[in-house]
Write a protein that binds this ligand. Structure first.
Ligand code: FES
Length: 693
């Protein structure tokens, strides 16, 4: 090579027989003597082309495509003929493993003239791996752990260099890797491994891109099997995906309930357990790690992967789950100022957290945004990318505490808001967790006030033949979170409750669904083997929860000095099931084009997968978290004011013009909001810090 540049305006000047080669999509280019392998040219320009076998024509991962044509802007006329004919190595690879007609192996193909080289992102080896559970997002791979095959010289009496040292030397020679060190636990095993592989081995090298690559696994012979896990540790459930790192595909997924529940249903009760039982965090840590390891063995078993082949594990979780998994006492997160032991991202050997993957595998935890806005919110932010857009995005993960991130490319703010457990069915008379038999959908006839319901497990509405036929299987057991949102919203739309949240007793004369309950009234949603009613207290609990969420969002909007948001993303299990329209009718979320409100499922888990497959995404979220401004809602003087206005349906002062285009809201009554002021303030009520996952 004689000259390199990334600046397309620099005219090549040297060695007129050299060929000009431009690599896409990076745009890097340089001049190279004829006969240079394309892979060498790429390397010398710092263009990454995957090469597990070090140019032996085994792995096929170094495939490239020649872009044909006249690239006048770059002064290049590129043609496949400007590469030397297929080598024997390529012919053999093509015969044994197959190679698309437009592809060449860059380790073998030699430059014979000017070229524009495309590096495909989808090198389709191992593509037969089954794709699991509709992972829709394509994540470009830029792995932190990579495989390198080498053939090491056998020991020689005249050159008393250690086996491990010769291994490092071979990696440097064949793969141009500098600054390598060997993970110490490998040292006592390296001689056996080298001999078992007859001096041919595959190494896993962990390289965060900051100049300290570490050889952390060595297997005898050649292998392309490299796997990673992405795991979201929620306080209620733990979800895990196993990914084939060489293809980027998810090959198995599994979930389990978090067994820490036996120490306390919600996060704060688990922190209380630790406070009241010195050393209790050890039991909580052991419990969550056992559950994680059970999932590791389950996903590996399902995909036929050995735990030894799993080299990377990325974790997200709310701050308390994050701390307990890492073995950190979460007591400080139990009260102001909610101090995290560590907020930054962490990379550590898997063995340090007792994770049953390869002994030398690495664990990465995403950074926490604040003491009550965790690594799960960071993961969701990474996945949704509000910082990559000019539009104002509101990202909400609703749990016992709602985690809220708001903003755009220009500025991002975050807070949590103490919604309490009402949205999850707690504090609601007929509330229950989402499970078969739970009411999840509700419609109320505005004239007769008669309801229709749907329960989890049956696709039909009550009254339809399928429902009548199947309802005995589970029974109608209660109301889950999405059902609660719908029934309260429908009661409001049908005029059963006023905008200030009072169940109208005068309607008892019109419908036997309205019944007296002491000094207040209730609505009978279901009469069957069990009767399920919505009481005045239930309505109040939802008002308090939604007002806390909305007030938190408004505070963040105040910070950004904005009055509307462009898009709303509802993360987490609860967000996936609630209907955006009903959430807006209740005033859980601010007005927005309904088409721009969407549930995004387990966005935290998607963020974890992104960090698993691409070390650039790790850097991106680490830098971003440093830029996100954290707002403590309890300290903001306007919280109470926003809260009181937000007690009304949908809100006492804020307009909902987009919602009104789609839904006819009841006329406002003159005394609207009178009951709103009765609502207890939420300050100091920050019971369950952190997200209930
Ligand atoms: Fe392995 Fe080219 S580097 S085939």
């Amino acid at each position: 090579m004689t000259q390199t540049s990334t600046d397309s305006t620099v005219a090549p000047t040297l060695a007129k027989d050299d060929a000009l080669v431009l690599f896409m999509p990076s745009g890097r280019r340089g001049r190279f003597p004829l006969g240079t392998p394309v892979l060498d040219a790429a390397r010398s320009l710092g263009v990454y082309i995957e090469s597990v076998c070090g140019g032996r024509g085994i792995c096929g991962r170094c495939q490239v495509v020649v872009a044909e044509g006249n690239f006048a802007k770059h002064g290049i006329t590129s043609s496949a003929h400007n590469l030397a004919a297929f080598t024997d190595t390529e012919e053999r690879y093509k015969r044994v493993r197959s190679l698309p007609s437009d592809r060449r192996l860059s380790c073998s193909a030699k430059i014979q003239g000017d070229l524009v080289i495309d590096i495909p992102t989808d090198v389709a080896v191992n593509a037969q791996v089954v794709r699991k559970r509709a992972e829709t997002r394509d994540i470009p791979r830029d792995l932190t752990t990579r495989l390198y095959y080498i053939e090491v010289e056998e020991p020689d009496m005249h050159q008393p260099l250690g086996d491990a040292d010769r291994l490092v030397r071979a990696l440097k020679r064949d793969h141009h890797l500098e600054g390598l060190t060997l993970d110490f636990p490998l040292v006592p095993r390296i001689q056996k491994i080298l001999r078992a592989g007859e001096w041919k081995v595959t190494c896993a090298i962990h390289d965060e891109g900051i100049g300290h690559p570490v050889i952390n696994a060595v297997w005898p012979g050649y292998t392309e099997r490299l796997f990673g896990i992405a795991c979201d540790i929620g306080s209620t459930t733990i979800a895990m995906h196993l990914t084939d790192m060489m293809s980027g595909r998810t090959v198995a997924s599994a979930g389990t309930s978090n067994p820490q529940i036996r120490f306390g249903e919600d996060l704060m009760s688990r922190v209380s357990y630790v406070m009241m039982n010195p050393g209790g965090e050890v039991a909580l840590t052991k419990t969550v790690r056992e559950a994680v390891n059970t999932l590791v063995s389950r996903v590996c078993g399902e995909a036929g992967v050995k735990a030894d082949e799993v080299m990377e594990a990325v974790f997200v979780g709310n701050p308390i789950m994050h701390h307990l998994f890492l073995g950190i006492d979460p007591t400080e997160l139990g009260g102001a100022p909610f101090a995290l032991a560590i907020s930054g991202a962490l990379t550590l050997p898997a063995r340090q957290v007792g994770l049953d993957i390869n002994h030398g595998g690495r664990v990465y935890t995403l950074p926490c945004i604040a003491g009550h806005v965790g690594a799960d919110a960071a993961g969701a932010t990474l996945a949704e990318g509000p910082h990559r857009s000019d539009e104002i995005t509101l990202l909400v993960d609703i749990g016992t505490n709602a985690e809220i991130v708001l903003g755009s490319k220009a500025r991002l703010v975050a807070a949590s808001s103490p919604t309490g457990p009402a949205f999850e069915g707690a504090q609601i008379t007929a509330g229950q967790r989402a499970a078969p038999g739970a009411i999840e959908r509700v419609r109320i006839d505005h004239e007769t006030l008669e309801p229709k319901i749907r329960i989890i497990g049956i696709d039909a509405w009550s009254g339809e033949p399928e429902f009548l036929e199947k309802q005995h299987i589970t029974g109608v057991t209660g109301i889950c979170g999405s059902g609660i949102i719908e029934v309260i919203a429908e009661m409001y739309l049908a005029g059963i409750i006023s905008e200030d949240g009072v169940i109208r007793g005068e309607l008892a004369a019109k419908s036997d669904r309205i019944i007296a309950d002491g000094r207040t009234f209730s609505y009978v949603l279901w009469r069957g083997e069990q009767t399920h009613v919505i009481t005045q207290n239930d309505v109040r609990a939802i008002q308090l929860a939604k007002a806390a969420l909305y007030a938190g969002i408004k505070l963040l909007m105040d910070k950004l000095e904005i009055t509307h948001v462009d898009r709303i993303r509802l993360a987490g299990a609860f967000g996936s099931y609630i209907d955006p329209k009903f959430s807006m009718v209740l005033g859980l979320i601010p007005d927005c084009l309904l088409a721009n409100v969407a549930a995004i499922g387990n966005a935290a888990g998607t963020g974890a997968r992104m960090a698993l497959l691409n070390r650039g995404h790790r850097k991106e979220i680490e830098e971003l978290v440093g830029r996100i401004e954290k707002i403590e809602t309890a300290l903001e003087p306007k919280f109470q004011e926003h809260f009181v206005y937000a007690m009304a349906f949908p809100n006492k002062v804020d307009a909902f013009p987009n919602l009104l285009k789609e839904v006819k809201l009841p006329e406002r009554t003159a005394n609207a909001g009178s009951a709103a002021g009765e609502g207890e303030g939420r300050r100091g009520r920050r019971g369950g810090r952190g997200r209930e996952g």
